[in-house]
Design a protein around this ligand. Structure first.
Ligand SMILES: *[C@@H]1O[C@H](CO)[C@@H](O)[C@H](O)[C@H]1NC(C)=O
Ligand SMILES: *[C@@H]1O[C@H](CO)[C@@H](O)[C@H](O)[C@H]1NC(C)=O
Ligand SMILES: *[C@@H]1O[C@H](CO)[C@@H](O)[C@H](O)[C@H]1NC(C)=O
Ligand SMILES: *[C@@H]1O[C@H](CO)[C@@H](O)[C@H](O)[C@H]1NC(C)=O
Ligand SMILES: *[C@@H]1O[C@H](CO)[C@@H](O)[C@H](O)[C@H]1NC(C)=O
Ligand SMILES: *[C@@H]1O[C@H](CO)[C@@H](O)[C@H](O)[C@H]1NC(C)=O
Ligand SMILES: *[C@@H]1O[C@H](CO)[C@@H](O)[C@H](O)[C@H]1NC(C)=O
Ligand SMILES: *[C@@H]1O[C@H](CO)[C@@H](O)[C@H](O)[C@H]1NC(C)=O
Length: 741
């Protein structure tokens, strides 16, 4: 991560313009910011809430806090109600609908807005379909509106929705143009007049187009034009005139909006079929990526492998809504059932984290010389949202890893591949792993000067650990086979540098650099042990046994360096007995089943953390009172008691639900009062780490390779060497054969 270069955002979400008590029912709770359409680094629309902001009490915002205009009206028996956004139409009286409820799941945010005698249900669905890479790569999100009468009578209902051109730029002075296409699907497309590929203004890409589409039904009408005119038209008449404004102009010049109206007809107590819309942001190509000889490759969204045009993709997407909703409900139910095995608090935190976790990632494909897609070349790219714009930051993929492990480890592999390919190309000069693939998304142009933010032990350990984790979860050894030499090079570095780590940064760079970090050493030692497993799986017994004994010997030495003088806890840094911190890297030891650290260490830390809990959790370390939500859940994963595990989970839930900020899940916060640490990370994919507990639960995942705890127990002489024994076991497990003892 890269908090150190974080630029103060222009928009302070911290001070809410609209604070009020929550008057609606919120299930499972009222989050700081509600995901509305969150699917990519550039399709990221939220409702900032604070102490309670109804869907029609403020404008939706991009994750940065800048407004993305999105307004909704309805007419009920001729009376106009505003159900979304906070528009003002001069000289017109409109009643605000009253928010009755908000419910969120892993994929949906559902609002019920009361408009007089009718309840409008608005379902915002951002699909999460990681096992279908086309579906996952489509930067489109649904919303759907249905109405039901609540007074036993029938009512005439029309609904309206528009988006503004704020969806396409971070500079509202820039000129946009637009076009509307009609048919069974109606689409407004709006884009910058002057496009600049791979370039951002205020974190908004200056390339591609925003889409607002709907399925045509009887009485569907559209209009493009000035905000107050188009809205006044619907308010007066309940329909739109099917006209287009072609005076292309700046985003903020008489604010052009892109609107649809539907006539729901006569509405009674049974909810109407929903009218369905899509919002999206699509550009092509999406990423530029450095390949051999410093050549640049433009990469396309993976969805192009199935769809011939954007219109084709939007049409298929819209028509699939009933099935997509059913799939989303099944996904939500599965996640909830798995997470509720831990607790209701945990299920709530996980549900809020999943769209955000995926919303930073894009799946891409390259083209062959003849223009066809090379479907053997699929790479995923992740933006380090808000703490920097880095591409595929290793120590951001790492905390998010449990999300990919749980949903589809293939996407985890696709995130590692650019890093592995790039460093295999020989262009990166350092012997340890690179920090990221480029200083700003979407430019994955590497660091041929070797001057990326140095986190040598952190990133080298992370890469080896994730490579083994992917292999264990999938039984696919291609990754470790292809990149064996690189993984081994990083392991050599860990062997020389991780037992006594030099003064350096860990992922928690905002806390400063430090020598002899106990938790960093854990990572390095787990990395060495992980490489012994990798060697074992590939039949390199000598190396496996060498690295295994090095890791074991380091783990023993580490204990004498890392435990405080009174033996009560692990220090933050060797020799500083008064210091301590979250030893979250032990989670990797547990996840991989390596048992390189003895259970006594887990028990020691569990007991220590039970006495260090502030109102909103355990501090990250003794340098500050703040903590990280992702590392707290990772640490919950190493707790040897359910009560300490639940203490961590409960603290994160309390923070997430305390309504003291308005940002998309901010991971760095104060343990004393539950406030977000202002101007630090928000909307970051690291919340994928909140899935650390469901990812550990073996029942949720394919049976994994089990590694015998040979390090501590099997070292005595045997008829066969320990390494051979373990290799047999490992291979037997990979094949699914019964284990022989
Ligand atoms: C609103 O009404 C006032 C007073 O009648 C009038 O001066 C003004 O032009 C109207 N504004 C619009 C946008 O119609
Ligand atoms: C992906 O979306 C298509 C509709 O475009 C749908 O038919 C298909 O079932 C989806 N795939 C999965 C695995 O959900
Ligand atoms: C687009 O960019 C060109 C070159 O910078 C400039 O001359 C032109 O005025 C711009 N057009 C618009 C609509 O901004
Ligand atoms: C990406 O690289 C291009 C040059 O190829 C540059 O113009 C652009 O500003 C870069 N984008 C970002 C977001 O830094
Ligand atoms: C209102 O809509 C009707 C069609 O439903 C149309 O005939 C009429 O011209 C519209 N009036 C205005 C003021 O737009
Ligand atoms: C780090 O720990 C080692 C081993 O205890 C010690 O020799 C060294 O002086 C320490 N380095 C610093 C900077 O404290
Ligand atoms: C074990 O690995 C270390 C580090 O690569 C190396 O220096 C040593 O020679 C190896 N030992 C054996 C027996 O191969
Ligand atoms: C991997 O192999 C194990 C043991 O044979 C098996 O139980 C598991 O289902 C396999 N996992 C996958 C994803 O194929």
């Amino acid at each position: 991560m890269h908090f150190s270069t974080f630029l103060t955002l222009l928009f302070s979400l911290f001070v809410s313009p609209i604070l009020g008590a929550v008057t609606w029912s919120a299930t499972p709770f009222n989050p700081a910011s509600v995901p509305l359409a969150v699917r990519s680094p550039y399709l990221s629309a939220w409702l900032a809430q604070g102490a309670g902001t109804a869907l029609n009490a403020d404008w939706p915002t991009f994750w940065t806090g800048s407004i993305v205009g999105w307004a909704g009206y309805a007419k009920v028996d001729g009376v106009a109600y505003n159900w979304m956004g906070n528009p003002a139409v001069p000289n017109v009286t409109v009643t605000k609908a009253t928010q009755k409820s908000l419910q969120f799941t892993s994929t949906q945010s559902v609002f019920v807005m009361t408009a007089g005698p009718v309840d409008l249900t608005i379902t915002f669905l951002s699909p999460v379909e990681p096992t279908d890479l086309v579906n996952q790569s489509l930067p489109l999100s649904y919303y759907a509106i249905s109405a039901a009468s609540t007074d036993g009578k029938s009512h005439s209902v029309q609904v309206y929705a528009d988006i503004s051109a704020e969806w396409v730029s971070g500079d509202n002075n820039l000129v946009v143009n637009w076009a509307t296409t009609t048919g069974d699907v109606l689409t407004h497309e709006v884009k910058l007049a002057n496009q600049t590929a791979f370039t951002e203004i205020n974190d908004r890409i200056q390339q591609g187009a925003a889409y607002h589409s709907t399925l045509g039904t009887t009485g569907t009408t559209y209009q493009t034009g000035q905000d107050i005119l188009v809205r006044a038209q619907f308010i007066a008449n309940g329909t739109l005139p099917n006209t287009q404004d072609t005076a292309f102009r700046a985003v903020s010049n008489n604010w052009p909006v892109f609107a649809f109206a539907h006539d729901l007809g006569t509405v009674s107590a049974a909810a109407t079929d929903p009218v369905v819309y899509a919002v999206g942001h699509i550009r092509d190509p999406v990423v530029q990526y450095v390949i051999v000889n410093n050549a640049i490759q433009n990469r396309n969204s993976y969805f192009w492998t199935r769809f011939a045009s954007i219109g084709d993709a939007i049409s298929t997407f819209l028509k699939d809504y009933p099935n997509a909703l059913a799939r989303a409900k099944a996904f939500d139910a599965q996640v909830e059932a798995d997470a509720k095995k831990i607790s209701d608090d945990y299920a709530a935190v996980v549900a809020l984290s999943i769209r955000q976790g995926f919303g930073a990632t894009e799946i891409t494909v390259s083209k062959n010389g003849d223009g066809s897609f090379d479907t053997s070349n699929v790479l995923a790219f992740m933006k380090e949202i808000s703490s920097s714009g880095d591409v595929n930051t290793v120590d951001v993929i790492f905390p998010a890893w449990p999300l990919f492990l749980y949903t589809n480890p293939e996407i985890g592999k696709q995130l590692l591949l650019p890093l592995l390919e790039y460093q295999t190309s020989g262009q990166y000069p350092n012997k340890y792993s690179v920090h990221d693939m480029g200083v700003h998304y979407p430019n994955a142009t590497g660091h041929n000067d070797g001057k990326d933010e140095a986190m040598p032990v952190e990133e080298s350990g992370n890469m080896v650990i994730m490579a083994l984790s992917y292999t264990q979860r999938t039984n696919d050894t291609s990754l470790i086979k292809t990149y064996f030499e690189l993984l081994d090079q990083w392991t050599q570095f860990l062997i020389s540098d991780s037992l006594v780590p030099a003064n350096q940064l860990s992922t928690d760079d905002f806390a400063g650099s430090l020598a002899n970090q106990t938790n960093l050493a854990i990572k390095g030692i787990v990395g060495i042990k992980a490489m012994s497993q990798i060697a074992l799986l590939l039949g390199d017994d000598a190396r496996a046994s060498n690295y295994s004994s090095i890791a074991d010997s380091y783990a023993k030495q580490w204990q004498s360096l890392a435990v405080s003088q009174d033996g009560s806890h692990l220090t933050l840094a060797y020799g500083d007995s008064g210091s301590w911190g979250l030893a979250y890297n032990l989670y990797a030891d547990k996840l991989l089943g390596l048992n390189v650290f003895p259970s006594s260490i887990y028990a020691l830390q569990t007991s220590w953390y039970s006495s260090k809990n502030n109102p909103f959790g355990v501090p990250l370390d003794t340098r500050h009172t703040y903590t990280k939500s992702d590392w707290q859940i990772w640490t919950a994963g190493i707790a040897t008691s359910n009560s300490v595990r639940d203490q961590f989970v409960g603290a994160v839930k309390s923070y997430a639900a305390d309504n003291k900020n308005r940002v998309p899940f901010g991971d760095l916060y104060e343990t004393k009062d539950g406030t977000w640490v202002a101007n630090t990370g928000r909307a970051r994919p690291v919340v994928g780490g909140h899935l650390a507990l469901v990812s550990l639960d073996r029942a949720n995942v394919p049976k994994r390779l089990t590694v015998a705890s040979y390090s501590w127990h099997c070292r005595a002489h045997r008829p066969v060497s320990p390494a051979l024994l373990v290799r047999r076991r490992a291979r037997a497990d990979l094949r699914g054969a019964p284990r022989r003892r």
